[in-house]
Design a protein. Structure first.
Length: 134
């Protein structure tokens, strides 16, 4: 091969690697944004809100926050249940990784379901405190 062809091949290879890197970075930023929304889907200074909760309305607001968070966690569990399906049905496509991907989806489903349940318990507790504060 002449030097010109080698240069063009290396340049194409470099360009492809660069595109992949850019896509990976974009994906990473997108996942951080999604993660931030999951961690705190309803921005509120919770420590301050909890510390200052004295009235029935304060506890109702906290209960609503936990209820919303529980719904969001349940939606995430449902999303991972959907993602699990293709890993099971088309495991031949994913090869050896299929079992690991299925296990990770199942683990995330369990975590999100537990988080939903814990948030429901927190909401119930604040609803009781709201009733007592009346």
């Amino acid at each position: 091969m002449c030097h010109k062809h080698l240069y063009l091949l290396k340049n194409k290879e470099y360009t492809m690697k660069r595109r992949i890197a850019i896509l990976a970075i974009i994906g990473l930023f997108a996942s951080f944004t999604s993660f931030a929304q999951i961690v705190n889907p309803h921005p509120m200074d919770m420590a301050e809100a909890i510390q200052n909760a004295k009235t029935s309305a304060d506890h109702e607001e906290l209960a609503n926050h936990y209820e919303d968070a529980a719904k969001d966690m349940q939606l995430m569990a449902q999303e991972y249940k959907k993602r699990l399906g293709p890993y099971k049905r088309k495991s031949h496509i994913f090869g050896k990784s299929a079992q690991h991907l299925q296990a990770h989806c199942k683990k995330l489903i369990k975590i999100y379901e537990q988080a939903a349940e814990e948030n429901k318990i927190m909401a119930d507790s604040h609803r009781k405190m709201a009733a007592e504060a009346k």
